[in-house]
Write a protein that binds this ligand. Sequence first.
Ligand code: TYD
Length: 207
Amino acid sequence: MLISFEGLDGCGKSTQIDLTSKILESSGKMVKVLREPGGNRICEKIREVLLDRKNSSMSDETEMLLYIASRAQLVREDIASLLDRGFLVILDRYMDSTTAYQGYGRGVDLETISVLNRLATCGGKYVPDLTFFLDIETERSLSRVTSRGEEINRMESESIEFFDRIRKGFLEISRKDQERVKVINASGSVEEVFGRISEVLKQRELL
Ligand code: TYD
């Protein structure tokens, strides 16, 4: 079983992933969390190139291909064997991030991204069984990013219009694939948001 979490930077994904993995583990499942871009040595190197603010001259196409390259490697090096060994794999971002950020955000051709996402996921074999899109208002997500006190990376230094387009993109992806992608209202307390996620996990008989 493959579960992905998606959302704007600062939507509270990491906290909710942590809670989700703990509750699934306590119900007896073997759980592994992987983050994109990253997760293994090669993917972490690609991550460095992608998020380095010095790389401001990176073209949109290069950016898209690097995210796809990282995904192709993570699927083949980690995800496939973890699933074979019976793990429930939770992904902190996955294929929908490329559609939303590089497609809707940057304006790279959506059809090309769809074809390359298929390639990265072995012809669609490793498309998630369930995806949570944690939705908050763009302004709130950006203010959370700046108040984290961490250095802002190359993606996070983009404009509010960019993130607005990405949010609309995620909502469009959810509308088109309602069976797989669940929109979670990510405003409110950590407990409230986790309550919404737990409900879906129960509906899917994962809890
Ligand atoms: P990260 O610090 O991991 O952000 P977060 O904690 O919000 O996931 O940085 C990953 C950045 O890469 C984030 O801004 C989203 C972006 N991204 C894309 O633009 N396309 C993609 O396909 C993926 C996986 C991430």
